[in-house]
Each structure stands twice: as structure tokens, then as C-alpha cells.
Design a binder for this molecule. Structure first.
Ligand code: ACO
Length: 427
């Protein structure tokens, strides 16, 4: 819990209300406005929540000015260098990196729950083959709330943990099936001889007619993508999951709401948009024109993969992805990729341009991830689905945190701007 360490005074001397200031472990302090409406008759107004801490959380910390990202206190760079995805998942969900024994137990739990129920598989046939994978995932994950009646008392820790594991374990299979179904290939089941990341790749790309051969470079690439996208504190999709969960809603339904939110182009859909943009640019000589468009106030175009609501410095995840993208392209014999050449030159030009410097617009995590995913064989429509697989760990960690702290229902207020009460009159 945060500690009150000061007061914030609001109003004139006659009506002044002294509000407590709460201190977190690091980061900005927060004025506790909970008594403001009762005592002062005032609401706070913060559309887009730019200055609002919607909750207390001990999971992830971002310092947007410094470009720092910590999971449970550990810098993302260190976790990306030393950890497997399931170690990071354990860290986010349980607060600590696992011992060897805990990791073995966690992996067993994942293996025990990664199969999809046969009736879940039959849902896929109800979707058009050309449906967007995120549309399919919203439906399938939401439908999981109709299963698992054995463990649906979510006030109990055991049922909470089981739901969290089920979601993390099944999400790669759900995402991969949305792809294989779309191309008419039989859905592949998890194979427990593979680790989490390789299993995802074999379900995506394995053919029924041949054994899947693990490529360690590609496994490490997807593992890094999963680690870097696993959590990002109170972003739109996580806040959606938390708000849905605050009503006591079923966790599978809450995650479905998170997936729907992530799908938006301003959130998880941006790497798909980056790739489209890079393809439209075509080659580095067309960059000045695109930079001109991005700066033009009369043109709605924005440089995709640039800028972030929180980071006003280089997104630390973008630097790691740029590096692994270079290594993976070299491994695949694609070091001369025109997309990568265009992206690197676009970054160089933008970062030396006054407009981007003054507005503190730097490449975000999405800028290079699309190039990497494309090189690995993921079609653009699967990019956000991969993000959803990774972010499932963050969503369930926040869901567990919220359940464990016994949070009441979220109910924001509004600044009403419609007509005042008026008398009914037929026109
Ligand atoms: N290209 C050009 N100008 C930009 C860009 C951009 N990518 N991003 C912001 N700006 C400008 C805005 O036009 C605005 O200019 P103004 O002050 O003259 O009006 C200023 O910078 C601030 O923009 P806001 O929209 O207020 O910034 P905000 O922090 O709300 O936006 C966002 C963040 C949505 C990510 C924005 O930078 C953007 O649209 N980027 C492109 C989309 C993208 O890459 N999204 C992925 C985000 S990362 C993620 O979700 C995983």
C-alpha cells in the first residue's frame, strides 16, 4: 500500500479541502481525490487518463522520460538477456523469478492446460476463413467462459490460479488455430516435447505431413517478442481487463474484452500499420515526402511506430527488437531487406528532425516488430494476435492482483455537457 506523505490543498481559503498525497515506491506521487466529490462537490476531469492513477499496482513500472521499463523491479533489458518467456511469466504473475523447482512446476501446469477442448475447436468452423485473427480470438476466448465449471469460484485463490494458467497455456493454441484455420490447414495441437515459444511456432507453421524442426534463432526471436510485450502497466487493454474484472466478470470474458481493445490501430494494431507504411514508402529516397506528410497539420497521417503516450524517450523495447531483427534477418539471409533499410533510414531522419525532437517522438516497440514477424513468416494480420499471446501474461497478472486485493466495481463519473432537464414536447 502507498503511504500518505503530504497534502494537496484545493479551493479558496473558505472551502479549502486538504487532500492526501500518496507516495508509491518510485515514480510520481498521486493526489488522493477520493473524498473530493463528497467534501467539495467537485469531480476531477482527465479524459484519456493522462494524469490519473486508476489503481495501485506492484507489477510493472515505466519511466517514460528516462525510457525505463521494469517488470517487478527488474529492467526489461536484463530479463530479455537472461530469461525464458515462462520465467518472465512466472515473475509477472507471482511477483518473483522462479527457482528451478518452481519453474518446473509452472511449466508442468502450462503443459497440463495447453490443449483446447474439442468443442472449442468446433467454434472455428463457424468463422469465415477470411476473418481477422483478432476477431476470431475475441470470440473464442470469450467462449471459454462457458467452460471450466469445475473451477469457477473466483473468490478462491485455487480457481484464480487455474484460470490464469489456463489462459496463458491456451492462448498460443488459440492464436495459431486462428491462422491455420484461415489458410485451410488442419489445426495443430500443442506438443509437450517443445517449450512454450517453440510450441507456438510449431502450431503456427508446422505441417501435418512432416515433423517440425526447431530453429533456435527463430525460437529466441519469438521468445523476445513475447517477453517485451508481456506487460506495460495500465495501457488501454489492461485497463479494460481490470475494469471488466472489477464487476466480478468471468476472467475469460475479461480477457476477451482486453483482446478487443488491443486490436485497435492506436494500440496493438500499430505494427501491422508500420509494415503497410514501410511498404508504401518502398525505398529510402521516398522518406522525405513521408516525413513532410507526418509534420503537416492538415494531413491526418502519422508516422506509425513513432510516439508513445508514456515514453518521451527511446522505447527500451524498440532497441532490443531492432537488435534481434538485425540478427534474425542475417540468420535468414535477409540482411539486405528493403523494409529494414527503409525503417533504419526513416528512424535516422526522423530522430534528426526538429519536429520529432521537440515533440519527443521516438520509435516505439511496434516500429521493428512487424519486420521481424514478417521475416519469420507471420502474415501481418497475425501480428496483433502474437501481441495478444504475450500480453495475456500481463492481463492475467493484473487480474490476479485485482482479485487478490478485493477491488470494488470501477465507476468513472463524467462532466455532463448535454441539455439540462427539460419538459417533454412532441415536435
Ligand atoms: N507522427 C507524427 N506526429 C505525431 C505522432 C506521429 N507518430 N505521434 C504524435 N504526434 C504529434 C501529434 O500530432 C501531436 O502534435 P501537436 O501537439 O502539434 O498537436 C503531438 O505529437 C502529441 O500527440 P498526441 O496524439 O497528443 O500524443 P499521444 O501521447 O496521445 O499519442 C500515440 C501517442 C497514439 C502512440 C501517437 O504517438 C501515435 O498515434 N503514434 C502512431 C501510432 C503508433 O505507433 N501506436 C503504437 C503505440 S505503442 C503500443 O500501443 C504498443
Amino acid at each position: 500500500m502507498s503511504n500518505q506523505f503530504g497534502n494537496f490543498v484545493i479551493g479558496d481559503t473558505a472551502t479549502a479541502n486538504s487532500l492526501p498525497i500518496l507516495k508509491g515506491s518510485i515514480g510520481p506521487d498521486a493526489v488522493d481525490v477520493r473524498s473530493l466529490l463528497d467534501k467539495q462537490g467537485l469531480l476531477t476531469y482527465d479524459p484519456g487518463f493522462r494524469s490519473t492513477a486508476s489503481c495501485q499496482s506492484a507489477i510493472t513500472y515505466i519511466d517514460g522520460d528516462k525510457g525505463t521499463l521494469l517488470y517487478r523491479g527488474y529492467p526489461i533489458e536484463q530479463l530479455a538477456e537472461h530469461c525464458s518467456f515462462d520465467e518472465v511469466a512466472h515473475l509477472l504473475m507471482h511477483g518473483e523469478l522462479p527457482s528451478a523447482e518452481e519453474l518446473a512446476g509452472f511449466r508442468k501446469d502450462i503443459r497440463d492446460h495447453n490443449l483446447l477442448h474439442d468443442q472449442v475447436l468446433s467454434f472455428y468452423r463457424g468463422f469465415r476463413r477470411d476473418a481477422h485473427p483478432m476477431a476470431v480470438m475475441v470470440g473464442v476466448v470469450g467462449a471459454l467462459s462457458a467452460f471450466y465449471q469445475d473451477a469457477q469460484d473466483y473468490s478462491k485463490d485455487a480457481d484464480q490460479q487455474k484460470a490464469a494458467i489456463r489462459l496463458v497455456a491456451k492462448m498460443p493454441a488459440i492464436a495459431a488455430a486462428s491462422f491455420t484455420y484461415s489458410i485451410g490447414r488442419p489445426i495443430r495441437h500443442p506438443d509437450n516435447s517443445f517449450d512454450y515459444s517453440s510450441n507456438f511456432l510449431q502450431m503456427m507453421f508446422g505441417k501435418p505431413s512432416e515433423p517440425y524442426i526447431v530453429d533456435p534463432v527463430l525460437t529466441r526471436a519469438i521468445e523476445l517478442i513475447l517477453i517485451l510485450h508481456a506487460d506495460h502497466e495500465q495501457n488501454a487493454s489492461t485497463s479494460t481487463v481490470r475494469m471488466a474484472a472489477s464487476s466480478g466478470a468471468n476472467p475469460f470474458a475479461c480477457l476477451s474484452a482486453g483482446i478487443a481493445t488491443l486490436w485497435g490501430p492506436a494500440h496493438g494494431g500499430a505494427n501491422e500499420a508500420v509494415l503497410t507504411m514501410l511498404e508504401e514508402i518502398g525505398s529510402p529516397e521516398n522518406i522525405p515526402n513521408i516525413i513532410k506528410r507526418a509534420k503537416d497539420k492538415n494531413d491526418p497521417f502519422r508516422l506509425m511506430g513513432f510516439g508513445h503516450r508514456v515514453y518521451k524517450n527511446y522505447d527500451p523495447r524498440a532497441a532490443i527488437i531492432r537488435d534481434i531483427t538485425r540478427k534474425t534477418l542475417a540468420h535468414l539471409g535477409m540482411e539486405n531487406s528493403p523494409l529494414m533499410a527503409t525503417a533504419l533510414e526513416l528512424e535516422r531522419i526522423a530522430l534528426s528532425d526538429e519536429y520529432f525532437i521537440n515533440k519527443k517522438l521516438y520509435p516505439n516497440v511496434d516500429f521493428y516488430s512487424g519486420i521481424l514477424l514478417r521475416a519469420m513468416g507471420f502474415p501481418s494480420r497475425m501480428f496483433t494476435a502474437v501481441f495478444a499471446v504475450a500480453r495475456t501474461v500481463g492481463w492475467v497478472s493484473h487480474w490476479l492482483e485485482l482479485k487478490q486485493e478485493g477491488h470494488g466495481i470501477d465507476r468513472p463519473r463524467q462532466l455532463y455537457t448535454g441539455p439540462a432537464q427539460r419538459q417533454f414536447e412532441r415536435k
